[in-house]
Design a protein around this ligand. Structure first.
Ligand SMILES: Cc1ncc(COP(=O)(O)O)c(C=O)c1O
Length: 387
């Protein structure tokens, strides 16, 4: 093969725009960069030649590198090939997709399930189908960015209600009548780990969509999420395959008519190449590996970590596997994250726009695969941080 001469690219106008924007981000302490892992995903990972205890992955049940999950991907890839070739409505649909949807519906007690290529795309597709011009979506102030973007793209009017404030929401519902009203909330809020007041939201009598991304696999007697835990039935649930289920992709749990409506209307499903069958095979294996034993190990860890945080005078709870240690300014969060790295802990700094200004933080996500010692090392390292 002939080696191309390395060339110095001409500076383009967009390079100037990029530099200007990057300078502003750097000035505000908000510059981000990528850091590739050199090891499989897991409770311990290698980054840039160093080994860390990893608290930044949403792999709550430790399934991301599970060999049964990898085998599920392999079997499906051998049967179907890797690429899916087209969107599902063209020729990208396979028996692996259908089999996974049936398994998801069964596992999570829904009439049907419909796959999406990611949680981000699921929220875009579901919100854009359920609501449109002339409708009003009521969205919690701390909902995930994919819900925020789904609301924006839907063309519905969006009313943001104060975080978990059902009384304020009730007043807003009365003040904003519409052809259709829809409430949308995270089940477990992705950056604080607290739970939505689903029973009270449901009692408002307005259609309710719940994003169970951080609740499925973690909460509920069978890992079915917060709706299962509270026994609340809602109109549509969204779940991801990329967190507890250790893979990639997402799904909506809904009735048959809503599924057909989504297939006909959800642009993120219609206009995107289908998930590879291998991803479906992996997810089906992950569903089988989502055992009560793994959940019990995760909860043992949640309790240990929460008690440790409380001993340090830090915010503790037993609502989910997500814990935040607020630092305030972004620079402070980055410095704290680097200090933890020195002690072998990977807990990435989370800064705006992921969290509101003034609440930059260290976010700890626990896994069933963490050991007691991993948690003790992290708590000890946190104790050493400047307050
Ligand atoms: C609450 C919530 N919903 C949706 C998503 C997006 O899911 P995915 O990563 O599958 O796109 C995330 C996180 O990434 C999330 O935290």
């Amino acid at each position: 093969m002939i080696q191309a001469e390395p060339r110095t690219p001409a500076r383009l106008a967009v390079d100037g725009w990029a530099q200007e924007s990057l300078n502003a981000l750097e000035h505000d302490g908000l510059l981000r960069h990528l850091e590739p892992l050199e090891s499989p995903q897991g409770p311990v990972v290698d980054v840039a030649g160093r080994r860390y205890i990893n608290f930044s992955s949403n792999d709550y049940l430790g399934l991301a590198a599970d060999l049964d999950v990898v085998a599920g991907a392999r079997t499906a890839a051998i049967q179907h090939g890797f690429g899916s070739g087209a969107s599902r409505l063209i020729v990208g649909d396979t028996t692996a997709h259908v089999s996974l949807e049936k398994a998801l519906a069964r596992a999570f007690g829904s009439e049907t399930a419909l796959l999406f290529n990611s949680g981000y795309q699921a929220n875009l597709g579901v919100l854009g189908t359920l609501a449109g011009e002339g409708d009003v979506i009521f969205s919690d102030a701390l909902n995930h960015a994919s819900i925020v973007d789904g609301c924006r793209l839907s063309k519905a009017r969006v009313v943001i209600y104060p975080h978990r404030d059902v009384a304020a929401l009730k007043a807003l519902l009365q003040q904003n009548p519409a052809r259709r009203q829809l409430i949308v909330t995270d089940a477990v809020f992705s950056m604080d780990g607290d739970q939505a007041p689903l029973e009270a939201l449901k009692a408002l009598g307005v259609p309710l969509m719940v994003d169970e991304a951080h609740a499925i696999g973690v909460l509920g007697p069978t890992g079915g999420g917060l709706c299962e835990q509270l026994g609340v039935e809602v109109d549509v649930r969204v779940g991801t395959l990329g967190k507890s289920l250790g893979g990639f992709g997402a799904f909506a749990l809904c009735s048959k008519p809503v599924r057909s409506w989504l297939i006909n209307k959800a642009r993120s499903l219609i206009f995107s190449t289908a998930l590879p069958a291998a991803v479906c095979g992996a997810a089906e294996a992950a569903l089988n590996a989502m055992t009560p034993q793994r959940r019990a190990r995760l909860w043992r860890n949640i309790k240990q970590f929460s008690q440790g945080l409380a001993r340090l005078g830090l915010t503790a709870h037993e609502d989910s596997a997500i814990f935040s240690v607020i630092q305030g300014r972004p620079e402070r969060a980055v410095a704290a994250s680097l200090a933890l790295r020195e002690r072998g802990i990977l807990a990435k700094a989370i800064r705006p726009p992921t969290v509101p200004a003034g609440t930059s933080r260290l976010r700890f996500a626990l896994s069933a695969a963490h050991t007691e010692e991993h948690l003790s090392v992290a708590l000890h390292a946190l104790e050493g941080l400047p307050r």
